[in-house]
Each structure stands twice: as structure tokens, then as C-alpha cells.
Design a protein around this ligand. Structure first.
Ligand code: SF4
Length: 455
């Protein structure tokens, strides 16, 4: 089994994760907690379905006119004092950000959570350039200390329990072991707070970008996002193109949906709106603001049959309910984005050749469709990708042979009846040899086939 987990090794990754009892327990507990909190948070929202319709329509409107919104955002943000950069791919984005920092002699960077920065492997690049990069979101800070990547887009350290975090802090920070979450949080805060005050630059993502005012919108819970974007003199924000919303007037729709879907809160602790640089007389805000708009394959997705995945507002709800994600955890997916949205986005952004086993990582149960606040038809998208995998020749030989045989049998009534007879006859053997595997747990064939029961 390979030690390097990629999307191509998904099956091996998943098999390994299934044997990891602490991982499974941590995943189950976290996903159950978020699921229950989400249900409680939406219970009083009487117009939930209308709200989802509205959010979905708004996101579609953005996708239909993305270039127009992007240009409007760039011109309004520039007018407010920001410098807007466009990055076609990951390498271009890394270069732009590294150049901004090195040109200004920056040495230390504090960072708030940004999945796009994970997508382009920004930290590793900046560290190669000699910069010190510190993650300031508690979950990101934990996994940075371990040297891992996030396993959930909202809760990056969802796979760690408090005992593991206690041991990690004792080992890396030289503090006394404790598994008390409050004490652990205080330890992290003490270490990180110093850095906010001395960092040369702050790096953030953004949940939304309001085109009409050129504003960035950040939803955070720990206050670190505000520190990153307002304390250091230089702020660099990186976001992918589809984060646009038409204007701040559309924000309440997403304020009602995103925190409830993500963490089960009716609103996050901080909703920050940043429009340009610090103005004369203002007490806070970066004096210099750079915004990097990343394409990295989005323009191509936008013109394809799976474009609806770009409606995603990264709430993570589809992960919390997905039976595959809940069992194997985020690292098994082998790339930045896990769970149902990750299957689709990873396959589209990295290409079928690098990710085709992922399209099997769904039971097609539809739980993800039911919770998605912007009504992305995730099951349909996964099915489209499965069809594409066949068209592009990445199906497994065994699967191809099996489907060819099944096609012949299903097209012939006599062969089909013979197959039914044989499966009924030999089913006890399949059960016996299948043991605890899938074959051993499948329900047996019906004694009377369905078509004989219909008058
Ligand atoms: S696909 Fe839907 S449920 Fe999943 S993260 Fe995106 S918005 Fe949330």
C-alpha cells in the first residue's frame, strides 16, 4: 500500500482509514454533532426551501454573468484602494503572492483559513522563498503543527481528538499535557497572539466578493480573520472567481444559510466586510490590500456540463451527511476538497486521469442533495462524471467486462431467467464466503422475481 495518498489511491486510502478506529470515532462524533446542530439551527427557519431557491438562483445568476461581475468587482475594489491581480493557475497565483511579499521585504505572514491557498499549495511555496507562515485558525494551526492538510473544509482538524491535540501541544510547544479543550485553546491563543502584532503581512481567503462595492466578506468564529486582515500593514486576499455575489444586498440570504449549514450557528461570531484599504481617520485596516482572483480551471468548468458545482459556498454540509466521507475521512480523497463536493470539484480541477477512482466515492444515496443550501445536484454531477470516466476510458477492466456480460444477459429473457435461477441457487454459498464483506451483507435475491409478481 502506498504511503503517498492521492486521489488515484483512493481505494487504498479508504481501506487504511477504515482500520483506523480513533479516526472513525472522531469523524462519527464530529459529523453527528454538526448534523444535529444543523437540524436545530434550521428548525425555526420557516422559509428554508424558499431561501434555498433564492440562494441557488443568485449563485446561478453569478455563474451566468461571471465575467461581468468579476470586472465590476475589480474596478470597484481598485477604486476603494485595493490592487487586483488575476491568476490563471496555481503557479501564477503563488508567484504573484510571493512577489508582493518579497518586494516589500516581508519575513513573517499570519494566515486565516483559506481552502484556495491549500489548493495552490501556497504555504510550501512561501516557505521555500524564506518566509515564515503561521496558520492562525485553531484547526489549521493544529494541522500545521502536525504537518498535515485539512480533512474538512470547515473543520480542518476534524479527524483529531483532544487527547491527540494534547500530546501534540506537549511535544511541539513544550507545554504540560492537558486534554482540556479550553486550556488547549488558551495555549494556542497565547502563541498566535504575539505573531499578529509583529507579522509583516496577513493572508486570507474570502467567503464572498460583492461585485457592486468591490468588498470582501469573511465569516469567521475565532476573531483571527479580523486580526489577519486588519493588524498587519499589508493584507493579501486570495479567492477563486466563483466567490462573487452581485452586491452586499444579497449577503443576508447567505448569512442565513451558510453558518447554519456549516456549523449549526444562526450566525458566525464575526462577519467582516472589507472594502478597500484603511482610510484617513480609520483606526483599523490594512494600509495596503492586494486581491488575487484565481481561475485555476474554473473558466473551463463554467462552460461544461458540471458547471453547477461552482455554486458551492463551501459550507461542508454535504460532507457531514455523506456515509462515505463519515467513514473514511477527508484525507482519503487525496486532494484539497473531500466529500461529495470534493469528488466533483477535484475531478474537474485535476482531470479524470488523476482522480478517476474518486467518482466511486458515493453511494448515490442523495443525502448531500438534501442538505445543500444552494441546491447543487451532487448526485447528478457524480453520475455525469461516471459517464465521462467511461467515455474517457478510465473504467477498471473488471468493471468493463462485468458490464459487457451483464448487458448481454439483460438483453436476453432466457439468459436473464437462467441468471436469476443460478443466483437464487448459489446465494447461500456467496453469503458464506462473503463473510463480513459486501457480498456477505447483501440481501439475497427475492424468491419470486419482481416481474412475475406484476399481474
Ligand atoms: S456542495 Fe453544497 S453542501 Fe456541499 S459544501 Fe458546497 S454548498 Fe455546501
Amino acid at each position: 500500500m502506498s504511503d503517498v495518498q492521492t486521489s488515484l489511491t483512493f481505494r487504498a486510502n479508504a481501506a487504511r482509514a477504515i482500520k483506523d478506529a480513533p479516526l472513525r470515532a472522531a469523524m462519527r462524533q464530529a459529523a453527528d454533532t454538526f448534523g444535529a446542530k444543523r437540524a436545530d439551527a434550521f428548525a425555526p427557519v420557516a422559509d428554508l426551501e424558499a431561501l434555498r431557491d433564492k440562494a441557488s438562483a443568485l449563485r446561478m445568476q453569478v455563474l451566468d454573468r461571471l465575467q461581468e461581475y468579476e470586472e465590476m468587482f475589480a474596478s470597484r475594489a481598485t477604486r476603494a484602494g485595493a490592487t487586483v491581480h488575476r491568476a490563471k493557475d496555481a503557479a501564477a497565483a503563488r508567484e504573484i503572492i510571493a512577489r508582493i511579499l518579497t518586494d516589500r521585504g516581508a519575513k513573517t505572514v499570519v494566515k486565516s483559513k483559506s481552502m484556495v491557498s491549500e489548493e495552490i499549495h501556497l504555504n510550501a511555496h512561501l516557505e521555500k522563498e524564506g518566509l515564515e507562515v503561521l496558520e492562525t485558525d485553531l484547526g489549521e494551526y493544529i494541522i500545521q503543527l502536525v504537518g498535515e492538510t485539512p480533512s474538512h473544509i470547515i473543520v480542518p482538524a476534524i479527524h483529531k481528538n483532544r487527547q491527540q491535540v494534547g500530546r501534540l501541544f506537549a511535544e511541539k510547544l513544550g507545554v504540560e499535557y492537558t486534554e482540556d479543550p479550553q486550556v488547549l485553546t488558551k495555549i494556542a491563543r497565547r502563541t498566535i497572539r504575539e505573531k499578529f502584532l509583529t507579522a509583516d503581512a496577513g493572508l486570507s481567503g474570502a467567503n464572498f466578493a460583492a461585485a457592486a462595492s468591490g468588498s470582501l466578506v469573511l465569516f469567521t468564529n475565532e476573531g483571527n480573520g479580523r486580526m489577519v486582515t486588519t493588524v498587519p500593514p499589508l493584507h493579501i486576499a486570495i479567492l477563486s472567481l466563483e466567490k462573487m455575489i452581485p452586491s452586499l444586498a444579497d449577503l443576508p440570504t447567505f448569512i442565513r444559510l451558510l453558518p447554519r449549514s456549516a456549523t449549526g450557528q444562526s450566525i458566525t461570531s464575526y462577519v467582516s466586510v472589507i472594502t478597500g484599504t484603511r482610510k484617513p481617520g480609520e483606526a483599523t485596516g490594512a494600509k495596503e490590500l492586494h486581491i488575487v482572483l484565481l481561475d485555476n480551471g474554473r473558466a473551463e468548468i463554467l462552460s461544461g456540463e458540471c458547471r453547477e458545482i461552482l455554486k458551492c459556498i463551501r459550507c461542508g454540509a454535504c460532507m457531514n451527511v455523506c456515509p462515505v466521507y463519515r467513514t473514511v475521512g477527508g484525507h482519503s480523497y487525496g486532494w484539497t476538497y473531500p466529500g461529495p463536493m470534493g469528488i466533483v470539484l477535484t475531478t474537474l480541477l485535476t482531470g479524470m486521469a488523476k482522480s478517476h477512482p474518486l467518482v466511486d466515492a458515493s453511494t448515490l444515496c442523495g443525502a448531500c442533495d438534501e442538505v445543500c443550501p444552494v441546491r447543487i445536484p451532487l448526485v447528478d454531477l457524480v453520475l455525469k462524471l461516471r459517464e465521462r470516466r467511461v467515455r474517457e476510458g478510465f473504467s477498471r477492466p473488471m468493471e468493463k467486462r462485468g458490464m459487457r456480460v451483464f448487458g448481454k444477459v439483460a438483453a436476453s429473457p432466457s439468459l436473464f431467467s437462467a441468471g436469476q435461477f443460478l443466483s437464487r441457487t448459489f446465494w447461500p454459498l456467496v453469503r458464506a464466503f462473503g463473510g463480513k464483506d459486501v457480498a456477505g451483507r447483501l440481501p439475497g435475491p427475492a424468491k419470486v422475481p419482481f416481474h412475475r409478481r406484476v399481474p
